[in-house]
Design a protein around this ligand. Sequence first.
Ligand code: AMP
Length: 532
Amino acid sequence: MTETLHERVGEQSARTPDALAVAMEGETVTYQLLETESNRLARCLRDVGCERGDRVCLFLPKSPAAIVAMLGVLKAGCAYVPVDLDSPGARLAKIVPRADPRVVLVAQAATPQLEELRTAGGLDSDVLVGSSSAKNGTGHAFGADDLAGFSPEPIDSGVGGDDAAHILFTSGSTGEPKGVVITHANVLAFLGWAIPYFEIGQEDRLSGHPPLHFDLSTFDIYGALTSGAQLHLVPPALNLPPKGIARFIERHELTQWFSVPSVLTYMAKFDAVPEGGFPSLRRVLSCGDVLPSPVLGHWAARLPHVRFTNLYGPTEATIASSFHAIETFSPTETNAIPIGRACDREELLVLDEALEPAGAGVAGDLYIAGAGLSPGYWRDEEKTRAAFLPDPRPDRPAGRLYRTGDRARMDETGVVHFLGRADSQVKSRGYRIELGEVERAVTALPELREAAVVGVESEFEGTSLCCAFAAAETEGVSTQRLKQALRATLPQYMVPSRWLALPVLPKNANGKIDRSEIRRLFAPEPAESTRQ
Ligand code: AMP
């Protein structure tokens, strides 16, 4: 059995060379082209000095070309690091140098972000920058014309299943994003369960909705491309307008759609799910956050021909670790939707503080074991040790557990129910955010004497980021200006949407900021808050 993602895609390309592999806004790539162009890029990367295990940062907007680039990087024996192009230079400067790339691949459209990174001091002079055209003076080029001189024949990548395929940077509570290393074997373990389970085949047309730096996108990409299916990338401009997404599903006759609850919620609230619509759609997969029962009820009632699955899992355990198939669901059902049972080769454990099973029906901390577990955080032993523990069970001497930070309960039948977070990580519009990272940025603003950021349940976003602050000066602090200042260090989705000015922040008996009181002030929507 092939051990690497690119070889698996290569085998599929040999079976269906002329089939459409990836499409977005009129740009299409066949399986044959996917193969030959990524081979050329791999050779080009080798030519500029990339070696096995090197990292290649991708400053590439979502596009078929970005997918080709990912494969090219893997074929060169390297790991790709997809960069969030919505992040400001200051944040990219915390990610790119940490990834320590050999090469940065930049599309013309992303040169402003590269310049921001350079200005923020995040681009080492030893890093080779290759652009989709060498016109910007970088000297190295990997556009189609530039690669034409390289052979389209495969090269030996020299990597195996345990080599890193990509590193995905997520929010870190200390203010430093952390890189989750994902191996070829991690992704293939999930696909080994998911492809037969979801019956993905050559007739399928899958959506590519999440941004390429989200781990959910990994399933769309490799689920489609190792099965001969079509991957239809959703243009980022369609990320929000619900009716636009509905049109996309219709126009591209999607058969499977992998989404996040906030998008399903928007579409339900804005009445974008047509009664009996989307005739080609067979399955909707939801992952990444709590799927609200009324939202599922709405979708299930409108689309009786579609099967829904709630998937659960953190990036550290690769795409998803458990699933709950929804057989029937009434629109009036109010019970929370379980996160279900472990996918093949994965295990969900609900443990108490002594790492003993909490017992049926008892709340505990959720741990994951199995083939999806990342080797750890990139070059961060300490964080890796804190989150990935030796499996305490005597019959698993070499086993590891990932501490998810989620609270859960396993019922008598073995089905797991999600109970929330044990820490201050939240999900807002599908983005995983450590409130600590936001709070650090907010408290660094000179206009503020003190500030605290809390998450409050919201109808649309999952969790809204809410900031209570006391200004340094009594006069003249506008939240508009504070938000603008934050955009210099945080991506838009991390900038709090609700703000509350207080003379002084509430404290508890120990003199610490009383976050539950602040949450209370924000929820329900307080009249005195400035919502903008
Ligand atoms: P990420 O690493 O971005 O995939 O985020 C992982 C976290 O998202 C998990 O630890 C959970 O807190 C949350 N999450 C993922 N899937 C679900 C789900 N189906 N239901 C509830 N929370 C979820």
